[in-house]
Write a protein that binds this ligand. Structure first.
Ligand code: SF4
Length: 170
């Protein structure tokens, strides 16, 4: 958006306005897969207050959600469930891979666990750690918002672009 500070007018484009609205009203899906989900739940407590970023409205239905936080390891048995939930989510939609297990299988290098959720879903942002702190998840949320605002989030990414990792656990 642009305009003089004292002007009663704001000039922008529909595209910029849409991205502004999308970035400031992310609605995460209520979905927890393992221990990382406990840290994810802390996002909406007063201490971390995800409402500051417009992302506190965790939805019980995928049709009302546009952000999937994959919080925990993804077992192969869960892949059809996770994919169905993703497909039922509203467009446009984004995926955050939260924690070592979701991003790479973590310590579970075995036949039962998917070695990175990016094998089954398009991931927009990764959060390292075991578990990542709520602060790290908030940092990833802000990074995702910036990517949405700039048009660099999934859908506008060039084929060889890599999603960014943020906020390692201290
Ligand atoms: S990264 Fe750590 S906290 Fe998260 S699901 Fe794996 S073992 Fe649990």
């Amino acid at each position: 958006m642009s305009g003089e500070a004292n002007s009663p007018f704001v000039l922008t484009t529909v595209d910029q306005m849409t991205r502004w609205a999308q970035r400031n009203s992310l609605w995460p899906l209520t979905m927890g897969l393992a221990c990382c989900a406990i840290e994810m739940m802390a996002l909406v407590t007063p201490r971390f207050d995800a409402a500051r970023f417009g992302a506190e409205v965790f939805r019980g239905s995928p049709r009302q959600a546009d952000l999937m936080i994959v919080s925990g390891r993804v077992c192969h048995k869960m892949v059809p469930v996770v994919r169905q939930l993703y497909e039922q989510m509203a467009e446009p939609k984004w995926v955050m891979s939260m924690g070592a297990c979701a991003s790479s299988g973590g310590t579970f290098n075995n036949y039962a666990v998917v070695q990175g959720v990016d094998q089954v879903l398009p991931v927009d942002v990764y959060v390292p750690g075991c578990p990542p702190t709520p602060e790290a998840v908030l940092q990833a949320l802000v990074a995702l918002q910036e990517r949405i605002a700039s048009g660099a989030a999934r859908g506008a990414l060039p084929a060889n672009a890599r999603p960014q990792a943020v906020g390692a656990r201290a």
